[in-house]
Structure formats: structure tokens, C-alpha cells
Design a protein around this ligand. Structure first.
Ligand SMILES: Cc1ncc(COP(=O)(O)O)c(C=O)c1O
Length: 469
């Protein structure tokens, strides 16, 4: 079946279609995945698959992940580093954005490493076949078991605080012979402000993450004396969904200063991990820089700072999450009940909500949506999209314009690849949705829809509570 790429703004779902996309398109600047098209049925098609037909086949809510968009974003990062950085560079995917076997396998196949923040994420990455020496283990309260798992696997550990440093030294002196030194990076708080939601801002001084820069000397002096630890690098992350480039340029300068200080302590710091944070487009008014622009600024910042301080170029690491996967996925829902409050608001309700996308209720995030089975219908109604949870705040989109809708229509919320599935819950005992990976007309399940049986699989009913017959 022939699909038509559509450009031009009409007041309908078509306005969000990416149009004729070239490989140069930076996925984070588009509201829909790069393969999104309109097909002759006036349906939305992604990865060559008709979206209402996917819902018919796999049910809803349904996460639909476009493989081409995800792989394109990975390539943009790698190619930009090759272009702008004269030294060695590694891109690691911040898998907190969406961690599951298939996603880990795809990004690893694209030559990226992986950042994990828990034993569960680490286990998943290892099971997906990710090379342990490309895995970086973050977290501000890693347990002893998690640290041991990372050490046994041979990952690099991004140390967040004194307790962790001391725990690591104890683990190494616990009688077991450690074959090699444990590679660690130190996470520092750079004191750089950026304009994003306070919950996803991490680089300012009042942050729960990382060592305060005032402690630099004490930390370096301590680490230098630990025969079991090898401080290979320094890390900082200033926040997420950032559209400005200046904070990352500034961060590059600050990190090179830290590296210079580490050299004075004789530490073999050769990696600088600049974190992630590049934003994506969630609405037409969002205007994030491209992946290429972001990488260029970061690389220039590091190169210029190293030249100024006469230091060799470090291995440069970046750990994007949202800008790799956010725009690659949409969530398809089925529309159910409607409530019209004359003169106030119309609520259109879908069969999911805060359990599959907690971002609106957590960060007041704004999304756009289209009616996937009538893409060209004129958007004439202003409505709120409500979730089905017992919570007044469970509103997926506070205000949007849609064509008149009916129960059974397929509503697709855009740009849901990052921090949706990974933050999903079973609130109200809703089963978590399935996810399909689409590519060239094929759809493969990558996350099975949970069943009611799954929901009670860890419940235990003590004998005395069993109903008596
Ligand atoms: C330490 C660290 N690195 C990387 C990321 C990824 O950020 P983003 O998804 O904005 O690229 C995060 C997310 O908050 C983070 O905390």
C-alpha cells in the first residue's frame, strides 16, 4: 500500500506529520516518529504499520516504538561526536528513559554503551547482551548487593557520595581477591542552573546527587590512597529537557577544571562524562536544538577548555536518554466515555492515564494527540483528555483541539518514548500496557501486556485469611 508523506499545516492530526524526512532530520525536533505517514484510509501509519490496526491486533493502551527513529537518533549522536571531537568519545544511553531487553539490544547494536541506575536496570542490560565494559552504573544510594553485582560484571561505577566510596573500599578488602582495580567515576555537582522543571534539575548545588565541589580536594586525596579503586573519570549531569546550549558549554569548562585538579592529585582521570539533558519537542512551541548542535557545543567546550589549560583531551562521554527515545514512541489509547460540562469543559476519557504516563501529573508535562483513525478530520473541539484512574489529577492533556470523537476512536499521544513505560505503575491495579516495535511494516511485541494473573502473582494470602468453605 502506498503511503503519502504529508507536509503543510492543516488544523487536524496531519499537521504533526513529519513530512518528507531525510536522514539529516534530528528526531528530537519532531512530534511524531520519523516514519509517521498518512495512509489511504486516512489512518496514521508508523514504521509501515497502520496504527488503528495495531490497536485492533494488540489492544490498548499500546506503546508503539519506531525502530528507525530510535536508530537514527543513536546514529546522529555517534556521527556528531565523530565530526566534532578529535579525541575518543562514547555515547551511553541513559536507560532510565526506557529500560527493557529490546531497547538495550538496539542501542548496543548501534554502538552505544548504557547507563543504569539500579540492579534491575543493570540486570536487564546484561541479559540483553550489552558488553559490561560499556555499562556505567549510577545512583545516589546503591545497595551493597547492587555494587557487588556491578563489580562482578565488570562495569564502571559512578560514585555519588562518601558512603558509597567507603563501601566500595570495604567490599574490596573483604577477603575475596579482586582481580583488578574497580574503575570508578566521581559524580560532582557543578552548581550550574538551567531552566527546566525543578524535579529534573540536578546540577544546582542544592541537589541530592553527587559530591559538592567544596569536597573535591578531600575526595581526590581519599581516592588516591585506595589501591583497589581506579578513578578513571568524572561525571556531572545538570538536568533534563533542556533547550539552552550555554549550560552544557559552561559545564564542559567546569569539568576540565576538575580534571586539571585531579591531575594534581596524580589521579589517572581520562574520561569526562558530561551527562545528558537535551530536550525534545512535545508541542509545536517547543524548539529544542538538534542533536548535532548539542554535540557540537559540548565538544567545542571541552576542546577549548583543554587547549586553555594545556591538557590532553579526555575520552568524552555523553549519556542522553530522552533525546534518543522520546520522539520514537507514541501511546495509542481507545476513547471511551465523554463528559460535557456546558460552558466549562468536555472530558474525553481514554483507557489508560497516569499509570502508563505519569509525567503530566508529576511534572505538569504537556502533550499533543491525534485521532489516528481520522487524521484529516478538522480539529474543531477543545477538550481535556482524561485518564481512567480514580484521581482528579489524572488528566493526560489538560486542553487540546481534536475532531469530534466517538467511543472506539484511536487516540494517539505523541512523544511518549521517554519516562513513560519506565515510570509506569499498576495504580488502581491496571495492567501495564504492551509495547510493540515497528519497522518496515512488521510489528513485534517487546513488552507483553500484563494480565490480571500477573497483577496478583506476588500477592500471598495467609492461610487464616482463606475463605472457609
Ligand atoms: C545522571 C543522569 N544521566 C543522564 C540522564 C538522562 O537525561 P535525559 O533523558 O534528559 O537525556 C539523567 C536523567 O535525569 C540522569 O539523571
Amino acid at each position: 500500500m502506498v503511503s503519502t508523506p504529508v507536509t503543510g499545516a492543516v488544523n487536524s492530526g496531519r499537521q504533526y506529520l513529519p513530512g518528507s524526512i531525510t536522514e539529516a532530520a534530528s528526531p528530537n525536533q519532531y512530534l511524531l516518529p520519523l516514519t509517521a505517514r498518512l495512509n489511504p484510509q486516512d489512518h496514521l501509519e508508523i514504521g509501515g504499520c497502520d496504527v488503528p490496526a495495531l490497536v485492533h491486533r494488540f489492544g490498548s493502551p499500546l506503546y508503539i516504538l519506531d525502530e528507525v527513529t530510535l536508530r537514527t537518533a543513536c546514529r546522529h549522536y555517534r556521527q556528531a561526536f565523530q565530526c566534532y571531537y578529535p579525541g575518543d568519545a562514547l555515547v551511553i544511553y541513559a536507560s532510565k528513559a526506557w529500560n527493557c531487553l529490546a531497547v538495550c539490544a538496539i542501542v548496543a547494536a548501534e554502538g552505544l554503551g548504557i547507563d543504569v541506575v539500579s540492579g534491575g536496570e543493570l540486570y536487564t542490560a546484561l541479559q540483553a547482551g550489552v558488553a559490561p565494559d560499556t555499562i556505567y552504573f549510577h545512583g545516589n544510594n546503591k545497595s551493597v548487593e547492587e555494587l557487588q553485582l556491578a563489580i562482578d560484571a565488570g562495569c564502571s561505577i559512578v560514585v555519588d557520595n562518601w558512603l558509597e566510596l567507603k563501601t566500595l573500599t570495604q567490599l574490596c578488602s573483604g577477603g575475596q581477591e579482586q582481580p583488578t582495580k574497580i574503575p570508578i567515576l566521581l559524580r560532582l555537582t557543578p552548581g550550574i542552573e538551567c531552566h527546566t522543571h525543578e524535579y529534573i534539575r540536578t546540577g544546582h548545588l542544592d541537589s541530592k546527587f553527587g559530591f559538592d565541589p567544596d569536597q573535591l580536594d578531600a575526595v581526590f586525596a581519599f581516592v588516591r590512597q585506595q589501591p583497589s579503586l581506579e578513578c578513571i573519570g568524572l561525571h556531572a549531569h545538570i538536568g533534563s529537557q533542556i533547550f539552552e546550549l550555554q549550560p552544557h558549554h559552561d559545564l564542559a569548562g567546569v569539568m576540565v577544571q576538575w580534571m586539571s585538579k585531579a591531575a594534581q592529585y596524580g589521579l589517572p582521570v581520562r574520561e569526562l562524562d558530561i551527562g545528558g539533558g537535551l530536550g525534545i519537542r512535545y508541542t509545536e512551541s517547543d524548539d529544542p536544538p538538534s542533536i548535532d548542535e548539542w554535540v557540537r557545543v559540548v565538544c567545542q567546550g571541552i576542546v577549548q577548555a583543554c587547549e586553555r589549560q594545556n591538557l590532553p583531551l579526555p575520552r568524552l562521554i555523553a549519556e542522553p536518554g530522552r533525546s534518543l527515545i522520546g520522539s520514537a514512541c507514541v501511546t495509542a489509547y481507545t476513547i471511551g466515555s465523554q463528559k460535557v460540562i456546558p460552558g466549562v469543559r468536555t472530558y474525553v476519557t481514554v483507557d489508560g492515564g497516569m499509570s502508563d504516563n505519569p509525567r503530566p501529573i508529576t511534572y505538569q508535562s504537556v502533550y499533543r494527540a491525534v485521532v489516528a483513525n481520522r487524521m484529516s478530520a478538522e480539529a474543531t473541539e477543545t477538550v481535556a483528555i482524561a485518564g481512567k484512574h480514580c484521581e482528579s489529577g489524572d488528566i493526560v492533556i489538560k486542553q487540546t483541539t481534536l475532531p469530534p470523537t466517538q467511543p472506539g476512536d484511536t487516540l494517539v499521544v505523541l512523544a511518549t518514548g521517554a519516562y513513560n513505560y519506565s515510570m509506569a505503575s499498576n495504580y488502581n491495579r491496571l495492567a501495564r500496557p504492551a509495547a510493540v516495535l515497528v519497522n518496515a511494516g512488521e510489528a513485534n511485541i517487546i513488552l507483553q501486556r500484563e494480565t490480571y494473573q500477573d497483577l496478583i502473582q506476588h500477592d500471598r494470602l495467609p492461610q487464616r485469611l482463606h475463605p472457609t468453605l
